[in-house]
Ligand binder design. Structure first.
Ligand SMILES: [Zn+2]
Length: 286
């Protein structure tokens, strides 16, 4: 309940300050969902399902909530990710409908209809189950389960990065900054408006962690399409902690590691509570 409470109080505090639309933009949450979250009575907050808790993790990471509250939330999220039974005990409230649609493709066409406006669309087709989502710079429809379903048309999956790929010069700049940081991790945001813009937010970093310290509002965090962090000399693999911190967002994530000898980069797409490993070449010009 404490988790939901932090989320609610955070949302409400921004609502009172008139930041309604900001909350939507930052989290890509439809306005009705934000309104609904803020109106939930306390006893309902305890019943928020998994995606809402991940949302809380995301919000609390960006907000300046107390360290103890943040740790409590992260512990709880970790427990949920390791123990599916614990999530089963959280009733799936109708709020889920505000995030997702579940669809079966029409039997007479393989064309998908226009986007529904929900954050995630699940589609069952003749060649499996697909997850579709979009934002201005990115449109995706990717398989989450491959199987044959008789008498249904097949969907052609897609991944459309609207801007041009990130230029090699930006990668070189990122690696140079990582090298200068030595054994410390570094966090970067990349956003696109006419051209790619690299931002290194104010941050606290150690050999095993990095977190932005600047407010997420009116910051480059809001507009970032790509989040990159380094693991310094450690391998470029997403950690369990990365999974927690990067859940609940629809954006691209990259981790850089094995510095300085063999710089390597690993890329994935996050669609809220699901990750897809994707080739580096889809995002970066090498
Ligand atoms: Zn990491």
């Amino acid at each position: 309940m404490a988790i939901a409470f932090v989320q609610m109080s955070f949302l409400v505090s921004h609502l009172k300050r008139g930041n309604f639309e900001k909350l939507m933009d930052v989290n890509h949450i439809p306005l009705p969902v934000v309104r609904r979250l803020c109106c939930l009575p306390e006893q309902m907050q305890a019943c928020l399902q998994r995606s809402a808790i991940r949302l809380a993790v995301q919000i609390c990471r960006k907000a300046h909530v107390g360290r103890a509250a943040k740790q409590r939330i992260q512990r709880y999220a970790l427990m949920l990710s390791r123990n599916s039974k614990s999530t089963d005990r959280l009733p799936d409230r109708p709020m889920n409908d505000s995030f997702c649609t579940h669809n079966i493709i029409s039997s007479d066409t393989s064309n998908l209809p226009p986007y529904s406006g929900k954050l995630q669309e699940y589609w069952m087709a003749g060649n499996g189950v697909f997850l579709r989502s979009h934002r201005p710079e990115l449109e995706v429809c990717l398989a989450i389960a491959r199987c044959t379903v008789g008498n249904l048309p097949q969907i052609k999956p897609y991944f459309r990065l609207v801007p041009s790929k990130v230029p090699a010069s930006t990668i070189s700049e990122i690696i140079q900054i990582c090298l200068e940081a030595g054994e410390r991790e570094v966090l970067f945001y990349l956003s696109y408006t006419n051209q790619w813009q690299l931002h290194v937010p104010a941050q606290t970093a150690s050999r095993t962690s990095v977190a932005a310290t600047e407010s997420s509002f009116n910051s480059t965090y809001e507009t970032a399409l790509i989040e990159i962090h380094s693991h310094a000399g450690a391998p470029a693999c997403f950690s369990t902690q990365d999974d927690i911190e990067e859940s609940g967002k629809f954006r691209i994530f990259a981790v850089i590691g094995s510095l300085p000898e063999k710089p390597s980069i690993c890329v994935r797409l996050g669609v809220y509570d699901r990750f897809f490993d994707i080739p580096i070449s889809w995002i970066f010009t090498l």
